[in-house]
Design a protein around this ligand. Structure first.
Ligand code: SF4
Ligand code: SF4
Length: 424
């Protein structure tokens, strides 16, 4: 069946009840009907092949969605608004192709074996020329205008050495009780190696040996979210091959977005008659997000206390990919509440999207920050010292939004928080 006809059928299940409107973070800030799930379903139903090919307006409207899944969660008719919108983006890309910047990034950088690491190494040297350090903070701002990047943006510095340059292959635990794989993800590899290092240390202390394939790649989510289905397909095959080197019962992923991509999206990328589909399915079944894995490990036992007993007030933001896609929201809270020296404070609307949404944040920076203002207000209300989350994208967004709001809070990935507070 023609993909547009199939998509129209899915969108046609929307009865226009409007239940999703009040929940949509984009609609809440813009009050523009075409930017809601209901509006986009109506647009899809009215689409013709020519609209897909020609209309800049359609492309712009379909780019203005966070793919947060809140509409689907609140739809009484089971309309998966976010998935339908993502499929519409794919149709547009098939008709019109990717924009030049996206094509360059997805096809030539994310999918490359050597160019990305080489460029990042160059970037580590050049970042002090192109970026200026923000006084009293550890982030950077652009010195010169760069297309598609807002100069106000807070940019964390690149790590001196990518995580995978320091740790790869088997890292053996003393008194090994289990073996797992570790998927690192681009943000942790190049910007925040401490996330993966924390996950690694937590597992080693539990007697878990960790296999870290050096030739693992980006999970492909930024490309898939932008409607490019070819790049994620190639990346899925590369990541599958990298982990297939060893017989691993589980593959642990600290970043919620990467975990959802590997676990839920990879199997859908391959045609039913593709010989690799079944193997990818087996690979995806092994994928587990770090917080679920740590809860499984601790088995409800109290965590052993670190010598450092200073009480920290900690709050937690639910990444959409962890809560709505993978259904994981109790585990991070359980881990945080059990941490010695931590007072856990639930923020209002912790499950509301932070406004990052992958390329949404780049194409719609002002709107993205506007959506994040509500998150920052919720964080401020808790009076917490530390904000934690489990997704690299949310981490970047919250850091930037806190900076724009002039609110000083420590932002840490859940893995770091747990590693620093315990001797789990
Ligand atoms: S996925 Fe999120 S941003 Fe997009 S229409 Fe649904 S609720 Fe709105
Ligand atoms: S809640 Fe579902 S059926 Fe109702 S308007 Fe939104 S997408 Fe359509």
């Amino acid at each position: 069946m023609n993909s547009l006809i199939a998509l129209k059928e899915k969108a046609g299940r929307c009865v226009k009840c409007g239940n999703c409107l009040a929940q949509c973070p984009v609609y809440a800030e813009t009050l523009e009907e075409p930017l809601s799930s209901r509006g986009k379903m109506a647009l899809i139903e009215s689409l013709s092949q020519q609209d897909l090919n020609l209309s800049e307006r359609f492309s712009k409207i379909f780019s203005q969605c966070l793919l947060c899944g809140t509409c689907a969660e609140n739809c009484p008719n089971g309309v998966s608004g976010d998935e339908i919108i993502r499929e519409a983006r794919s149709l547009i890309v098939k008709e019109k192709g990717l924009s030049l910047p996206k094509k360059t990034i997805f096809k030539y950088l994310l999918n490359s074996d050597h160019l990305m690491p080489w460029l990042i190494k160059g970037g580590t040297v050049l970042q002090n020329i192109f970026l200026k350090r923000i006084p009293e903070e550890s982030g950077l701002h652009l010195r010169f205008p760069v297309p598609f990047l807002d100069q106000r943006r807070f940019i964390p510095p690149l790590a001196p050495d990518p995580f995978l340059d320091i740790y790869s292959g088997w890292i053996r635990a003393k008194n090994e009780v289990m073996r797992v794989g570790l998927f690192v993800g681009c943000v942790s590899n190049y910007l925040f190696p401490e996330i993966s290092r924390s996950a690694l240390e937590l597992m080693l202390r539990q007697g878990i040996s960790v296999f870290i394939p050096k030739d693992q790649h980006c999970c492909g989510l930024p490309a898939l979210g932008s409607g490019d289905e070819e790049t994620p397909l190639a990346l899925a095959q590369k990541n599958f091959a990298a982990f297939a080197e060893e017989d691993l019962p589980q593959i642990i992923v600290p970043c919620a977005s990467c975990a959802a991509m590997l676990k839920l999206d990879y199997p859908t990328l391959f045609a039913a008659d593709d010989p690799i589909k079944e193997k990818i399915g087996t690979f995806s079944e092994k994928v587990k997000d770090l917080s679920s894995f740590l809860v499984q490990l601790s088995d409800g036992k109290p965590l052993r206390q670190n010598e450092k007993k200073k009480i920290l007030r900690v709050t937690y933001h639910d990444p959409c990919h962890l809560r709505r896609k993978l259904g994981v929201f109790r585990e991070p809270r359980q881990l945080l509440k059990n941490l010695p020296g931590v007072e856990y404070l639930e923020m209002p609307e912790a499950n509301r999207c932070c406004g990052q949404g992958g390329s949404f944040n780049i194409a719609n920076y002002d709107l993205s920050l506007k959506i994040a203002e509500r998150k920052i207000k919720a964080i401020a209300e808790t009076n917490a010292d530390v904000v934690t989350t489990a997704c690299s994208g949310c981490l970047l967004q919250i850091m930037d939004a806190l900076h724009q709001a002039g609110l000083k809070k420590e932002v840490r990935h859940l893995a770091e928080m747990i590693n620093q507070a315990t001797l789990l």
